[in-house]
Each structure stands twice: as structure tokens, then as C-alpha cells.
Design a protein around this ligand. Structure first.
Ligand code: NAD
Ligand code: UDP
Ligand code: UDP
Length: 326
């Protein structure tokens, strides 16, 4: 039985971003009230423009590194730049967003006795020595490299979440999200799916970093959001459910080389782009694939959208974006 109580007021931090805006759409669809708090660093008002006059939607421009005093029933904490270009732009701010942002949102949840969800990441596993990655793997992370502001910030946020759970009995949900793609990704954030689609649509060269044999697993955004909501609604412990599942991997276990992804996108678009090989960025993980047994067991969840189908929807989005010059 679900504990979900209709018409809750839900705070989504980072709600004007790629994942946050899809989450808000789903929450509004099922009847919740949503407050979106975002400083618009990487997010854009365009992602939530269609909700402008929605009676159950409110946008507040707010930076989560500062305290926030509002009244809500649940919190989804997604605020954080997610692509290497963005999070390396101001690395100190990235760590602050993860760490101070987590402290403030946990403090808010503690005062309100509200359930709180953290958007963590597969990056907590670093360049993994275990494959596929299970939640009990502790990771292989460089603490002083270019990706560390993001990886260590997210690791510290997980520490804070589990300490608030143990120390203050807070109702926490920590999702380790693996690479996700779909409409509303940023066209210029340097992530592989958006880069390759934009390059192929423009007939430009496709930029493969390294030999293109590194692997990733790509989850379509609708599948991921379904996982978020099931996890947030999961009863556990004192609610009569099983014990706390701990962090949950959410992602698509299908594993592709970056070269395969490039070839698939070229074929779907019918592009004439050539593949060009550029140097591999520092600390770029060679392999990544989630073990989602725990999410399957606890949430009865698994991704349903195959890569080619999700890519077609994403290509259609970028095609329109490039045509309208937005
Ligand atoms: P995004 O950049 O599109 O969204 C992040 C949002 O957070 C943006 O709207 C941005 O303006 C906002 N933000 C950044 N710093 C903030 C601050 N200090 N205060 C308030 N708002 C702030 O990225 P996304 O892909 O939607 O990612 C959302 C979350 O999911 C992030 O926490 C990210 O780390 C996590 N995640 C995403 C992926 C993925 O593949 N997309 C994978 C793993 C984890
Ligand atoms: N906080 C907030 N909103 C609230 C309650 C707390 O933003 O409604 C912030 C506040 O800045 C505080 C942080 O959350 O510093 C951590 O709160 P907590 O109560 O855990 O710790 P303390 O206030 O004792 O530092
Ligand atoms: N990548 C690439 N060409 C690009 C952008 C990325 O070959 O134009 C590679 C990148 O080096 C990495 C993989 O694609 O190995 C995924 O990169 P992304 O930044 O999307 O995600 P992450 O590295 O955080 O998983």
C-alpha cells in the first residue's frame, strides 16, 4: 500500500533544470502543489514556462546555499549543476551547492518533519573498479581532480543525508542517478547525448573523446522520473514497509560504447557527420553500468524505453530547438 497522500505541497530545488522540470510536470499531473526553487545557474525559465499560469505551481528564485524558510510536505533536492562544463565553471560554488545546499534542505526537512529526496549520482563511484556498480561499492574517486568538486560534494551530501537519518530520524531517500537524457537537456552543456545530436543535426563532425570505447548506460528521462516518484512514495520502517533500502541506483543497465552511441545517432538522423577523435578528459571513467537489482526489488521498477526510441524523441526536441533558434 502506498502512503501517498493526495494534494501535497512539494518543494523541488533545481526545478528549472532538465530533470527537475520533468519531475514537476509529473507531480502537477497527479495533483500536487509544487514550489520550484532555482537560482537559474544552469536551469532556464523556458523549462517551466508552460507552467507560468498553473494554479498549483510557484517559482522562487533562490540559491540553496542560503537558508530557506517555507512550509512544504516533501522535498526533492536536485539543485546542482550536472554537466562537467557547468560544474567545473565555478568548482568552489559546486561543492557549496552540494554541501551547504544539503545542510539547508536537511535543516528545512528536520523542522518540518518532511520526507526528503537527494539527487545523488553514479559519480560517487568515480572510475569504478567494480562492474556493474552495486550500491555497496564504495567507489574509486580522486579527491583533488577536476571532477572532485562534483563527486566529493555529492559524496559529502550523501554522508549528511545518512547522518540526519541516523541522528535525527529524518525520512530520507538517496537516488544514485546514472546518465539520463531526453528533451530539455541543454544544447551546450557538453554532455555526450546532446553534443552528438546537435553535431549530427548540423552536419558537423562528431567529437569522440579518447578511442570512444569507454562505456555508459543511458536512461530516458521518463523512466528515471518514474523511479524518483516510486522511491519517494515507498513506505518503509515505521510506515510498515521493509527497512531503509539505503541509496538506490536508478539508471538503465543497457551498456553502450560512446562510439556505438555516435553511430546510432548518425543513423537515426541520417547525418553525414564524420567521427573525429579528441583527447580524453582527465579522470573520465572507462566503464559505467548500474546494477539495479535493489530498485527492482524495492520499487518494482525498471526502465522501459529502449535507447533508439528515447533518442528519437530527444532528436525531435533538438531539431525543433535548432529550427526555432531558441
Ligand atoms: P541541470 O543543470 O539541468 O539542473 C540543475 C538545476 O539546479 C538547474 O536548474 C540550476 O539552475 C539549479 N541550481 C544549480 N545550483 C543551484 C543553487 N545553488 N541553488 C538553486 N538552484 C541551483 O541538471 P540535471 O541534469 O537536471 O540534474 C539535476 C540533478 O540530478 C543534479 O543534482 C544532478 O547532479 C543530478 N544528476 C543528473 C544526472 C543526469 O544524467 N542528468 C546524472 C546524475 C545526477
Ligand atoms: N534551515 C533552513 N530552513 C529551515 C530550517 C533550517 O534553511 O526551515 C537551515 C539553517 O540554515 C540551518 C541548516 O538548515 O543552518 C541546518 O539546520 P539544523 O536545524 O539541522 O541545524 P542548526 O540550525 O542547528 O545548524
Ligand atoms: N564524450 C565524448 N564526446 C563528447 C562528449 C562526451 O566522447 O562530445 C564522452 C566523455 O568523454 C565520456 C562520455 O562521453 O566518456 C560521457 O560524457 P558525459 O559528459 O555525457 O557524462 P559523464 O562523463 O559525466 O558520464
Amino acid at each position: 500500500m502506498r502512503t501517498y497522500n493526495p494534494r501535497q505541497r512539494i518543494l523541488v530545488t533545481g526545478g528549472a533544470g532538465f530533470l527537475g522540470s520533468h519531475l514537476i510536470d509529473r507531480l502537477l499531473e497527479r495533483g500536487d502543489e509544487v514550489v520550484c526553487a532555482d537560482n537559474l545557474f544552469t536551469g532556464t525559465k523556458r523549462n517551466v514556462e508552460h507552467l507560468h499560469s498553473h494554479p498549483r505551481f510557484e517559482f522562487i528564485r533562490h540559491d540553496v546555499t542560503f537558508p530557506l524558510y517555507i512550509e512544504v510536505d516533501q522535498i526533492y533536492n536536485l539543485a546542482c549543476p550536472a554537466s562537467p562544463i557547468h560544474y567545473q565553471h565555478d568548482p568552489v560554488q559546486t561543492t557549496k551547492t552540494s554541501v551547504h545546499g544539503a545542510i539547508n534542505m536537511l535543516g528545512l526537512a528536520k523542522r518540518l518533519k518532511a520526507r526528503i529526496f537527494q539527487a545523488s549520482t553514479s559519480e560517487v563511484y568515480g572510475d569504478p573498479a567494480v562492474h556493474p556498480q552495486t550500491e555497496d561499492y564504495w567507489g574509486n574517486v580522486n579527491p583533488i581532480g577536476l571532477r572532485s568538486c562534483y563527486d566529493e560534494g555529492k559524496r559529502c551530501a550523501e554522508t549528511l543525508f545518512f547522518d540526519y537519518y541516523r541522528q535525527h530520524r529524518l525520512d530520507i531517500r538517496v537516488a544514485r542517478i546514472f546518465n539520463t537524457y531526453g528533451p530539455r537537456m541543454h544544447p551546450n552543456d557538453g554532455r555526450v547525448v546532446s553534443n552528438f545530436i546537435v553535431q549530427a543535426l548540423r552536419g558537423e563532425d562528431i567529437t569522440l573523446y579518447g578511442d570512444g570505447l569507454q562505456t555508459r548506460s543511458f536512461c530516458y528521462v521518463d523512466d528515471l522520473i518514474e523511479g524518483f516518484i516510486r522511491y519517494m512514495d515507498l513506505p518503509y520502517g515505521e510506515d510498515g514497509g521493509p527497512g531503509h533500502p539505503g541509496p538506490l541506483n536508478l539508471g538503465n543497465p543497457g551498456e553502450f560504447t560512446i562510439r556505438q552511441l555516435a553511430e546510432m545517432i548518425i543513423e537515426l538522423i541520417g547525418a553525414r557527420s564524420r567521427l573525429v577523435f579528441l583527447p580524453l578528459p582527465a579522470d573520465d571513467p572507462m566503464q559505467r553500468k548500474p546494477d539495479i537489482s535493489r530498485a527492482r526489488e524495492y520499487l518494482g521498477w525498471e526502465p522501459l524505453v529502449p535507447l533508439d526510441e528515447g533518442l528519437k524523441k530527444t532528436i525531435a526536441y533538438f531539431d525543433e530547438l535548432l529550427c526555432t533558434g531558441a
